[in-house]
Design a protein around this ligand. Structure first.
Ligand code: ATP
Ligand code: MG
Length: 562
């Protein structure tokens, strides 16, 4: 699904209708509004691709706005990580904004609301306030402070701001309707006292505005035309509009909130709170652990930005929540990596193979194409010698006709090299094969043009030359959770479904040209999958992460289980 070739999604229909009914294109403006209380995850990627995608489609500015109104959970580290991730995904924001930049404006507007009788200071505890909220079918009870005089409210609110009261002593509430069928309209809290330093405003403030009071007004300040959020905010829309009614000036654009469904990914959790728990309790190594569904985890694993963008584009946006199978994301990883990843030889589970009729001590340098999908990628030389490693699973003493790999008496081609025939094996006391003895046909070298080189044999194996290969640590990742929807079981905690085998560390042998591979570089280990150099890698000790296998092995396992 290429940009432009698909039909419009429902948000784009809304915008098209607005353009027809009087909005000008110049008025279109969007924002992506993360709270800097954790790292971005694959669910956020949907929202990023939606908002920045609209920006590209309509050539409209898109702001990156940090929704930083809760100093107890927010940190500069998260701000930095979010910026890095959005950039890495390939998007450019028009302006970097912070809700905290608007604290003074929000305060001034709150004072104006008090003056107009639209807000009051309540001095009850949060428990009492909650108990007076009523139920969806019964109206709430008025606070005894609901009819405080304007001057008393102004005085208390100012003293709240000046830090005269402890946390919890007072809140500022909007004075709307304690009988509204929408519970959110029953005099919602606008400010609470928090004696906490903020990562940007430090100790300038000790009252902090609530989400509902902040979000729409921030949209208004930035003149965002379409404020897109996830479905759980649908009931908040009425309040969003009420708050805007209090401040919108006649000649200025009034933002619209519209909702789309949250995206969930199978076999993982996409909630910053739960991801934070995984990090804090040590179930993973950190926010960028390659098993995490965070953008930084996916990046470290070797996933490409294009794979994430294409995935987001394919699933599109919806009006109803659902769970997208992680194999679709893996499909997009393979599709993109197939195009860009250089092919290399890496043997993950080696068994020694000796070519008995190959000259002792000789090394031949054989030409190998870097990427058949990319003619520009050129070729490299691979050392070939008498002693090699091949993948243990690629050899069997006996096998039926469907085993297109090496068996005793059978032939295979060694990729970019020769046709070999397995003759005998050596085993240790336990019966484990320690060496395979083969013969080769010297005339069969790939690319040599001889009749023998063109001879077709069933099966081609990857290999490395034992004396030239370099050792590498390889981290094989599996799904972090064994259940498709770990956080959607009523009677169980999502942690109960952690897959104990989600990480396996092995020692592999790779071709010598990989010696200087840099962290972040991605490769296809031929026949084995896509791998990325981890940030732990050093020239003396290479470390690779398996990004994804070449084929979807889980699909097979799940089919068998059916
Ligand atoms: P979480 O529950 O993980 O903390 P959040 O909604 O609280 O998510 P925010 O930082 O507030 O996280 O989200 C920034 C934007 O990303 C919001 O517009 C939010 O609606 C959107 N978003 C968050 N999670 C998803 C998701 N799973 N799918 C689509 N959009 C999402
Ligand atoms: Mg949030």
């Amino acid at each position: 699904m290429k940009e432009g070739s698909r039909s419009l999604n429902f948000i784009e229909h809304i915008i098209e209708d607005d353009l027809k009914s009087g909005y000008s294109r110049e008025q279109l403006r969007f924002r992506f509004p993360p709270e800097p209380n954790g790292y971005l995850h694959i669910g956020h990627a949907s929202s990023i691709c939606l908002n920045f995608g609209l920006g590209l489609r309509y050539q409209a500015p898109v702001n990156l706005r940090f929704d930083d109104t809760n100093p107890t959970k927010e940190e500069q580290e998260y701000v930095d990580a979010i910026k890095r991730d959005v950039e890495w995904l390939g998007f450019e924001w028009a302006e970097e904004r912070y809700a905290s930049d608007y604290f003074q404006q929000l305060y001034d507007w709150a004072v104006a609301l008090i003056r107009n009788g639209k807000a009051y200071v309540d001095s009850q505890t949060s428990e009492v306030i909650a108990s007076q909220k009523g139920t969806p079918t019964e109206p709430g009870t008025d606070s005894p402070h609901r009819n405080r005089s304007v001057s008393e409210n102004l005085d208390l609110f100012e003293r709240m701001k000046n830090g005269e009261f402890p946390e919890g002593a007072h809140v500022l509430r909007a004075r709307i309707d304690m009988a509204s069928p929408n519970m959110l309209m029953r005099d919602p809290v606008m400010y609470r006292i928090l004696h906490k330093a903020h990562h940007r405003t430090n100790t300038d403030w000790c009252i902090y505005p609530m989400y509902d009071w902040t979000h729409g007004e921030s949209d208004y300040i930035e003149q965002i035309s379409h404020s897109l959020c996830t479905l759980e905010f649908q009931p908040h829309r009425e309040l969003y509009d009420w708050f805007l009614d209090q401040v919108v000036a006649e000649n200025r654009l009034r933002p619209k909130q519209r909702e789309f469904a949250r995206r969930n990914l199978s076999h993982t959790v996409v909630s910053k709170r739960k991801l934070l728990q995984l990090v804090q309790e040590g179930h993973v190594e950190g926010w960028d652990d390659p098993r995490m569904p965070t953008i930084s985890g996916l990046r470290r694993r070797g996933c490409t930005p294009a794979a994430i963008r294409n995935f987001a584009e394919t699933i599109g946006i919806a009006k109803r929540e659902n769970v997208v199978d992680v194999s679709l994301l893996e499909f997009h990883m393979r599709e993109d990596l197939n195009k860009i990843a250089p092919r290399v030889m890496g043997v993950l589970d080696p068994v020694r193979l000796v070519i008995t009729n190959y000259p002792e001590g000789e090394t031949e340098w054989l030409e190998a194409e870097n990427n058949p999908e990319d003619p520009q990628s050129g070729s490299r030389e691979l050392p070939f010698a008498k002693v090699l490693y091949i993948e243990r699973e690629d050899f069997r003493e006996e096998a039926n006709r469907k085993f297109f790999r090496l068996k005793l008496g059978g032939e295979v081609r060694l990729k970019n090299a020769y046709i070999i025939k397995a003759e005998t094996v050596t085993k240790d006391a336990d019966g484990t094969i320690t060496e395979i003895q083969c013969t080769y046909d010297p005339r069969s070298r790939s690319g040599s043009g001889t009749e023998e080189s063109l001879r077709k044999v069933k099966g081609t194996l990857h290999w490395v030359a034992a004396d030239h290969a370099i050792p590498a640590q390889v981290r094989l990742y599996d799904r972090l959770f064994s259940d498709a929807t770990p956080d959607q079981h009523k009677d169980k905690d999502f942690l109960d479904f952690i897959n104990p085998d989600s990480l396996q560390v092995i020692q592999a042998w790779v071709e010598p040209g990989l010696k200087d591979a840099n962290p972040g570089e991605r490769f296809q280990f031929q026949r084995m999958g896509y791998f990325c150099v981890d940030r732990d890698s050093t020239p003396g000790q290479l470390v690779f992460n398996r990004t994804v296998t070449l084929r979807d092995t889980w699909a097979k396992i799940e089919q068998k289980a059916e």
